[in-house]
Design a protein around this ligand. Structure first.
Ligand SMILES: Cc1ncc(COP(=O)(O)O)c(C=O)c1O
Length: 380
């Protein structure tokens, strides 16, 4: 079966009891048993819920994994994966990892004796060099936020696996349609399903895909033991979103590519970051591991913060908002919005300058979006 068929079918089998062709939302917290300690399949919804299991099956199938696990948020999924680590363990984290992941390692798990090192993971050898005796995990994100750096998941996974390390890839920006980290050698693929998976900016959720049985068993235990599980309504929304993931990602990618090319040709723009631009330094890796460029891009305008602010406030179709991955186009200023909690020095070192703008390109008509961007550029 090809992706589109899987997206429509997986986890969407007609309900056995009623024949309903869309998944019933099973709201029960507990399930009647046949007798003492004789469950019919479900006992308690934190441990297992039929609507959640449909989502878990769908995520696993679309990632080419044996197992899926769903969570109440992307950070719930991240926290659960980080809980595979114990006191004294060490993680190698790619440089511009999602801020919430960095905050979790630096301000929460550090209190429990987990240490971490940030590395420029564009160089797989730098990842190997950062290894210590107690290193257990390598944490990648690709493309990265907000500068859309594409990391070579296969190369990093190959050397990490030789060293016996788990490789976690935050696959939120690409979605399972554009990139499958497990097929490139990663151990776990992670999603904030809040973004492209659900796709309509109307829920918060997370998911993991994993094939290694031992790692799955530990994560399944932690999912129940830590309890960051999603409610059945949110599972339903994520499942409904998945049915059209391929259609949306095709349009997101087409629109973003057109906008990236327009920006690149405009003298008011000094730099454009998009995985599928032929002169991007990581273009060849992107072509190898992603089937299209996706809906996220960023760029620098000439004229500093004032020009960036004028551009953002002149947009009519793009709403100024954080988050990403919904059908509607959004624009934001990373320095003052999504990444404002980072100290200025660190922001600058990461290339998050005052002239940087990030777009989450939606699925509206490409021509309308191009007109909106063109007009906003004229206001600079
Ligand atoms: C790449 C990435 N991973 C994880 C998360 C966290 O997901 P959530 O907001 O669903 O907890 C986000 C949120 O912005 C993200 O952008």
């Amino acid at each position: 079966m090809r992706f589109a068929t899987k997206a429509v079918r997986y986890g969407n089998e007609p309900d056995k009891a009623t024949g309903a062709v869309s998944p019933p939302i099973v709201t029960a917290s507990t399930f009647a048993q046949e007798g003492v300690a004789k469950p019919r399949g479900y006992e308690y919804s934190r441990s297992g819920n039929p609507t959640r299991e449909r989502l878990e099956r769908a995520v696993a199938g679309l990632e080419g994994a044996r197992h899926g696990l769903a969570f109440s948020s992307g950070l719930g999924a991240i926290t659960t994966v980080a809980s595979l680590l114990g006191k004294g363990d060490h993680v190698i984290v790619c440089n511009d990892v999602y801020g919430g992941t960095f905050r979790l390692f630096s301000r929460v798990f550090s209190n429990f004796g987990v240490t971490f090192t940030r590395v420029d993971a564009r160089d797989p050898d730098a990842v190997s060099r950062a290894r210590r005796a107690r290193t257990k995990m390598v944490w990648l994100e690709s493309p990265t936020n907000p500068l859309m750096v594409v990391l070579d998941i296969r190369a990093v996974s190959r050397s990490a696996k030789k060293d016996g390390l788990m490789v976690v890839v935050d696959n939120t920006f690409a979605s399972p349609y554009l990139q499958n980290p497990l097929k490139l050698g990663a151990t776990i693929s992670l999603h904030s399903t809040t973004k492209y998976v659900s796709g309509h900016s109307d829920m918060i959720g997370g998911a993991l895909a994993v094939s290694d049985e031992g790692v799955y068993e530990r994560l399944k235990f932690l999912q129940n033991a830590m309890g960051a599980v999603p409610g059945p309504f949110d599972c339903y929304l994520a499942l409904r979103g998945l049915r059209t993931l391929h259609l949306r990602m095709d349009q997101h990618s087409k629109n973003a590519q057109a906008i990236a090319e327009l920006l690149q040709s405009d003298r008011r723009v000094s730099e454009v970051f998009y995985p599928y631009l032929a002169d991007s330094p990581t273009y060849s890796i992107a072509r190898r591991q992603m089937s299209q460029g996706g809906g996220m891009l960023s760029f620098r305008v000439r004229g500093g913060y004032k020009a960036a602010e004028r551009f953002l406030e002149s947009l009519r179709l793009f709403s100024i908002a954080e988050s990403l991955g919904g059908v509607e186009s959004l624009a934001e200023h990373p320095g003052r919005m999504t990444h404002s909690s980072l100290p200025e020095k660190e922001r600058r070192a990461m290339g998050i300058t005052d002239d940087l703008i990030r777009l989450s390109v939606g699925v509206e008509d490409a021509q309308d979006l191009l007109d909106d961007v063109r007009k906003a550029l004229e206001s600079i």
